[in-house]
Design a protein. Structure first.
Length: 131
């Protein structure tokens, strides 16, 4: 049952963040630009939170087959990303820099993809009766 609760939370989170990235791309772009300009040590709390949060959720969602494997993969990749920021804080600025020249074009597309992924996970949750 816990796996379904984590999947439902993941679907809702992705859906809402995706909508925000799509509808508030200008605000997200401004925030990312500000974050990029900061000293690299600003990545440390982001990495620490990401590792802790993703590790907790992955430990509660050990599903490695079927459509809900996406949920486990999302949290696993989050642990990798957070570890990168903890061990190499300058990576955050470099990752943001990859997207900054076209951020206002990329964010809405990213948002649509994330919203669709969240919607897919929510739909799968509905199919099994978790909603």
């Amino acid at each position: 049952f816990m796996e379904y609760a984590i999947a439902l939370m993941t679907g809702l989170t992705l859906f809402i963040i995706g909508l925000s990235c799509t509808l508030r791309a200008k605000d997200w772009s401004a925030w990312l630009g500000t974050l990029r300009g900061k000293e690299s040590f600003h990545a440390l709390p982001i990495g620490a939170f990401e590792v802790a949060f993703c590790a907790l959720l992955l430990s509660l969602h050990q599903v490695w087959s079927g459509p809900f494997v996406l949920v486990s993969l999302i949290w696993f990749l989050g642990i990798i990303e957070g570890t990168l920021y903890l061990l190499y804080p300058a990576a955050l600025s470099k990752v943001i820099g990859l997207f900054m020249p076209n951020c206002l074009k990329i964010l809405p597309v990213f948002g649509i993809i994330i919203t669709a992924l969240g919607g897919f996970i929510l739909y799968q949750s509905w199919l099994i009766g978790a909603i």
